[in-house]
Design a protein around this ligand. Structure first.
Ligand code: SAH
Length: 257
């Protein structure tokens, strides 16, 4: 890659980060669903080590931290998100036990069997669900938990338009029974599975983007990356509204044997 290309790439990267930093969450979810998932986890104490992989600016991590007593580490690839994450930690006075760090979910900076809980909302797709649950298992203590959200089909069949869109975006998308079976095969007890309600996508994810999109287009009216990013986000929101009966995010909670 030439330097020129690298600079262009870095510019795009920063722009995408800037866009998603304008909204509280970088993926569908809600504090209520984070707490519902947390209600299935029964091994936590003040000594626990909890990590949130692909934490973004920390929307769900702050909820998690405020309802647990152990140490919480948020890890994300984008330094801009981690800066914002650590500002949120300071604003909530949680610095003594919550910390954001830059890192990659495919090369975790933790010792094997050191974690009590691995959390990841709307992010495991970056390395793929099966790879993620298998690799991350090594970092969990026995009796430790994993709780992730993952794009899943609600039905065996679906219209071609949405099928093709997802198969291009994330070919590992599959039905809930397939994902549960992968969890069990990877060495977890599938403790709970539930679908995120529609408001997690609309009220909490797509609707806050509308204001961000207007702001962004005013700031970067002629920028092709900004225009493409916004066109993609709008297309995704339209597809969701048309085909929400067929897919969504599902919380998968597993306990390491
Ligand atoms: N959990 C947050 C963010 C979800 S968006 C929420 O629900 O709001 C997906 C996140 O994964 C982004 O913040 C992105 O920066 C991060 N990400 C992408 N690839 C990654 C990797 N290899 N390692 C760690 N984080 C990654």
């Amino acid at each position: 890659m030439s330097n020129e290309n690298k600079n262009i790439h870095e510019f795009d990267f920063n722009l995408i980060c800037e866009y998603f930093s304008l909204i509280e969450r970088q993926g569908p979810g809600s504090p209520e669903m984070t707490l519902k998932a947390l209600s299935f986890i029964d091994n936590l104490t003040e000594q626990s080590l909890i990590v949130d992989l692909g934490c973004g600016t920390g929307g769900q991590t702050m909820t998690l931290a405020q309802h647990t007593t152990g140490k919480v580490v948020g890890l994300d690839l984008f330094p801009g998100f981690i800066d914002r994450f650590n500002q949120n930690v300071a604003a909530l006075n949680l610095e003594n036990r919550v910390n954001g760090m830059v890192g990659s979910m495919d090369d975790l900076p933790f010792s094997s069997e050191s974690l009590d809980l691995i959390w990841s909302e709307g992010a495991i797709y970056n390395i793929g669900f099966e790879r993620g649950i298998n690799e991350w298992r090594n970092y969990l203590k026995s009796g430790g938990y994993i709780a992730v959200t993952e794009a899943s089909w609600f039905t065996d069949e679906r219209p071609a338009e949405i099928n093709d869109f997802w198969n291009a975006a994330y070919p590992e998308i599959d039905t809930i029974p397939v994902k549960v079976s992968q969890l069990q095969k990877a060495g977890y007890v599938p403790v709970a599975t539930f679908c995120l309600p529609e408001s997690c996508w609309t009220t909490n994810f797509y609707e806050p983007q509308v204001a961000a999109q207007e702001l962004f287009l005013k700031k970067y009216p002629d920028n092709p990356t900004a225009r493409e990013l916004i066109a993609n986000e709008r297309h995704e929101a339209e597809l969701y509204s048309k085909y929400k009966d067929y897919y969504g995010y599902v919380f998968y909670i597993g306990k390491k044997l």
